[in-house]
Design a protein around this ligand. Structure first.
Ligand code: SAH
Length: 397
């Protein structure tokens, strides 16, 4: 059995509880000792103090998350066939979601039993991020597995993210299979978007907001809409498609705005319906206030203000600020879709911050619905950390 030759991690007494609850992370403080000499990414057997088998995991001496469990099954070996089974299962689970969009997350890391692997499909291109030493260890395997499982023509890597630093890994960008795709197009619920997979944010597009874009579309009819932090115009185009009177979209990134404009043209939408503003949202909301502007629908989807726990106090101030100013700009009965993608800001805290903003803005707001990421970003019930995107659909009195 693999167990005999594999290096071993022995946990401190009592520290096996989270693994028994199928949470995949083993923190450095939980480890009593390591037997053998595993290199970063190597598979180790994790046992309780009494020797009981707990998991087979990817080891990383350079990370606070010292190991990430691949499997809780003692009979399962970690090899390319195992990874292939997991990828195929992740894709099979999403069969029903394929309808309506050619863009979809097909592997969502820990929640799909593949710690550190993110894979997004855009038409016949798959974009991957390898975010852990374990995912990195199997770099050679992913390309072939993903091509076989999807029929895609190329697999492109976008591992240029800060979390790799916490794992002791360098950023990497480039083709794993096929050519680096120049321009990729998706069709999401009847709207075409061009996706810049090589230079765009994350893997190129915010697939996690698909359901919320549909919601925005349903609320936009005849409204003056403000889309703050618009990136390549996802919510803006949804609002135009939904019959908005006029849509103003703000982002600091000129490249993102240029692509947003192209996306509007791609769909042959009336260009006079949309205005693209290169500005800082914090300043621009105040300007709108001075101008006495009002909007029937406002979307606030800022970048991750709190990348880690220590950023939470500053992030809370920033979230409160934009929500407060947005609420002051809502027309009577107007809708606000407000989001946070900071994992360190939980749903309860986010709600408190937004409530504080409403109190300071002296407006009465109703929660119409709690919002989250689309279903292709389904989260394992044992891994609450996977639920990074949270939002509220609020309506002004
Ligand atoms: N809502 C978008 C994703 C937003 S990502 C979608 O659905 O596609 C966050 C965006 O905020 C990025 O495009 C980034 O360029 C922009 N941004 C960051 N800080 C900003 C600021 N202070 N003012 C305006 N835009 C900002």
């Amino acid at each position: 059995m693999a167990e005999a030759r594999e290096p071993k991690i022995i946990l401190k007494p009592g520290r096996e509880k989270s693994l028994r609850h199928r949470h995949p992370w083993i923190f450095s403080g939980a480890i009593e000792r390591v037997e053998g000499d595993p290199a970063p990414g190597d598979t180790v057997t994790v046992v309780a103090r009494d020797g009981a088998f707990l998991a087979r995991a990817a080891y990383n001496p350079q990370s606070q998350i010292r190991a990430r469990a691949w499997t809780f099954d003692a009979d399962e070996e970690i090899d390319a066939a195992f990874l292939r089974r997991r990828v195929e299962a992740a894709i099979a689970r999403r069969t029903l979601l394929r309808e309506g969009s050619t863009g979809m997350r097909i592997v969502h890391g820990e929640s799909d039993g593949l710690p550190g692997l993110v894979a997004d499909r855009y038409g016949d291109v798959v974009v991957v991020q390898l975010l852990s030493a374990g995912a990195e260890r199997w770099r050679e395997a992913w390309g072939r597995i993903l091509v076989d499982a999807t029929g895609a023509r190329s697999v492109f890597e976008r591992s240029d993210v800060e979390v790799r630093g916490l794992e002791g890994l360098q950023p990497r960008v480039g083709a794993l299979v096929g050519d680096a795709p120049a321009s990729v197009r998706i069709d999401e619920d009847g709207i075409a978007y061009e996706v810049d997979v090589a230079h765009g944010q994350k893997t190129g597009f915010y697939l996690d907001q698909r359901d919320n874009r549909l919601l925005a579309r349903s609320l936009a009819r005849d409204a003056d809409v403000l889309n703050a932090f618009c990136y390549t115009g996802g919510f803006s185009l949804a609002a135009v498609a939904g019959g908005a009177r006029h849509v103003e979209s703000i982002d600091t990134s000129e490249e993102a705005l240029a692509l947003a404009r192209r996306n509007l043209a791609l769909n042959s939408f009336d260009a006079s319906k949309a205005e693209w503003i290169a500005a800082d949202v914090f300043a621009h909301l105040r300007l709108y206030r001075d101008q006495g502007r009002k909007f029937g629908l406002i979307v606030l989807d800022p970048p991750k203000f709190a990348p880690t726990e220590k950023h939470v106090p500053n992030a809370a101030r920033a979230y409160k600020d934009i929500n407060l100013w947005a609420m002051k700009l809502l027309a009577p009965g107007g809708h606000l879709l407000t989001f946070s993608c900071s994992g360190a800001v939980g749903p309860d805290l986010f709600r408190k911050i937004v409530a504080g903003a409403a109190a300071d803005a002296k407006v009465d707001m109703q929660v119409r619905r709690q919002l989250g990421a689309s279903e292709d970003h389904a989260v394992s019930i044992h891994f609450p950390e996977g639920e990074y995107l949270k939002g509220l659909w609020l309506q002004a009195a």
